[in-house]
Design a protein around this ligand. Structure first.
Ligand SMILES: [Zn+2]
Length: 157
């Protein structure tokens, strides 16, 4: 029995399986996916195409995928979920945004019944993205954030 121990996985070990056709995606660069956007040209993506036309970006300065591969439909819903979710924390001053965003993600995870480590829009499918939008629209998280903010303000006076 051989146990491979490596802290520095190679790109082929990191390449996610395409959820649409079950084959391994391949590492490509932004020039292929965004030919008209030079800012993305040097960034790595995992891609399955052209039949699936699905891809996912990587964590900054790594070849570690941000989540699952997304096709055109999922990319659309991921953008919509981000538009909804980002409204929760973009309202704050820049210095407080990071903390507010962290808290908003924790509350979202709780509402969705997901462990916080799994509650990232990049990891979600279409159904979960739609659920994010529903939860944000219900304003339950707005309410919880405001309550926490008031409690903090009182504690600091
Ligand atoms: Zn595929």
């Amino acid at each position: 029995m051989v146990t491979e121990v490596s802290n520095w996985p190679m790109a082929e070990d990191l390449a996610p399986i395409c959820p649409y056709c079950n084959t391994t995606s391949e590492l490509v660069y932004g020039t292929l996916l965004y030919p008209h956007n030079p800012a993305l040209a040097h960034l790595p993506f995992y891609y399955c195409g052209p039949a699936c036309d699905a891809w996912v970006g990587c964590h900054k300065d790594t070849e570690i995928p941000l989540g699952r591969l997304a096709n055109a439909e999922l990319r659309h819903w991921k953008v919509q979920a981000h538009v909804a979710f980002d409204k929760l924390w973009r309202v704050s001053t820049i210095s407080k945004r990071k903390e507010l965003r962290r808290r908003a993600y924790l509350l979202l995870a709780e509402q969705m019944g997901l462990p916080p480590s799994e509650c990232h829009i990049g990891k979600m499918d279409v159904t979960l993205c739609k659920l994010v939008i529903e939860i944000v629209d219900s304003r339950v998280i707005h309410h919880q954030l405001r309550k926490a903010h008031k409690a903090n303000a009182n504690a600091n006076t």
